[in-house]
Design a binder for this molecule. Structure first.
Ligand SMILES: [Zn+2]
Length: 377
């Protein structure tokens, strides 16, 4: 991955390149940014820049043997740590890499989409709703491999994706090597939630805050990479609030269909048309889990937008152009007194579906409650 593959963040890229050319590279750095800001691709581009044997003032060369290996995430001096499904065992042999079996799927998933979310990664591993872990065994293996000499590059780079998923034993092991790192070793931690990290670790790292991506860069990337028309790309960039993962999802999922379903739901609820609501619920219950989740997230967004208009805050209303008229007309019905109950009911749908509840019961219950909240009677 090169800097040019990273959406936006021009100022940050410049700061990173300058630190390399000035020879002031902090040995432990923490890229802190919420999901979709691209903190992982930024760290990977940085790693390739350090490993490149022919870097220029603007980017890695992309051509040298180091770049080719780094681009495939297969460089021997690029060490990768990430959460996975793992059972914690003691006394494991640190020469055995606990990630050996999942490094392949991880490379594949990240190369296919460097902006992938934690949940998407767990889905790729078919972990159901379980949360991954960076185990003590992983940490031990890291420490052992870093103590070996670098194979071919000037630097050894360790990228730790989501260090907040380390348990405290693993974090303490890692702390030791961060305190006394081997020469020419750079740790790049990529965190979505640095507050969960041990203070002793964060205090020893240079923190780089990765902000939401600017709208223009997102719009441009959507046009160039996904072939989205300019006006649509601008709308989606606006709604995505600096989250490129969300922007990608909005481009590939039928938001038109979400929009129609949402409008239909709200009209039926307002008119207390119970029979039609039950048939709406029945249709929704037949959708796949991801599609239901997509709809609920969409509904949460558009409901929030209606509230912003109701409160007289149009600048905080991130709606695509075609939805604006509906949001405008509908906004009087979404207000401070009912917003919590509506978002609560929507969130419950996602939670119940995620826990394999019967979708038909979930949606029937949902439409009846929602029509009580916003029905005209
Ligand atoms: Zn190169």
């Amino acid at each position: 991955m090169q800097f040019t593959d990273v959406v936006g963040h021009e100022a940050l890229k410049e700061r990173i390149r300058k630190s390399v050319s000035d020879g002031r590279i902090a040995h432990a750095q923490l890229f802190a940014g919420s999901q979709g800001t691209g903190n992982l691709p930024l760290a990977l581009a940085y790693a390739q820049y350090l490993l490149c044997s022919n870097r220029t003032p603007t980017d890695s060369c992309g051509q040298c043997p180091s770049c080719r290996k780094a681009a495939k995430l297969e460089h021997p001096d690029l060490h990768l740590v990430f959460p996975m499904a793992t059972a914690e065992k003691s006394d494991v042999d640190s020469s055995i890499d606990p990630a050996a079996e999942v490094i392949g799927p991880w490379r594949q998933a990240v190369l296919a989409n460097p902006y992938l979310s934690e949940a998407e990664w767990y889905n790729a591993l078919d972990m159901k709703n379980k949360q991954g872990l960076i185990s003590t065994a992983s940490a031990s293996h890291v420490i052992r491999s870093l103590s070996l000499k670098s194979y071919e590059s000037e630097y050894k780079v360790m990228v730790i994706w989501l260090p907040e998923r380390m348990n405290s034993a693993a974090a303490n092991k890692l702390l030791k090597i961060v305190e006394e790192p081997p020469a020419q070793t750079v740790f790049l931690m990529v965190s979505e939630n640095p507050s969960l990290l041990l203070k002793t670790i964060t205090s020893r790292t240079q923190q780089i805050t990765v902000p939401p991506i600017d709208e223009q860069s997102i719009a441009q990337a959507l046009q160039q990479r996904m072939g989205v028309a300019a006006s649509m790309a601008a709308s989606i960039a606006h709604i995505s609030c600096g989250n490129y993962s969300k922007a990608q999802t909005l481009c590939t999922t039928p938001t038109g269909t979400y929009y129609e379903r949402y409008v239909q739901l709200m009209r039926l609820c307002y008119a207390n048309k119970y029979l039609d609501l039950l048939s709406w619920a029945d249709t929704m219950a037949k959708l796949g889990r991801e599609e239901i989740k997509g709809f609920v997230n969409y509904a949460l967004d558009i409901t929030r937008n209606s509230l912003m208009l109701n409160l007289g805050l149009p600048d905080l209303c991130f709606s695509a152009t075609e939805e604006q008229q509906f949001v405008q007309n509908f906004s009087p019905f979404i207000h401070r007194q009912n917003i919590d109950r509506i978002t609560n009911e929507l969130t419950l749908v996602n939670e119940h579906i995620a826990h394999n509840a019967n979708a038909s019961i979930v949606f029937t219950d949902f439409v009846l409650k929602l029509s009580q909240i916003i029905g005209s009677k």
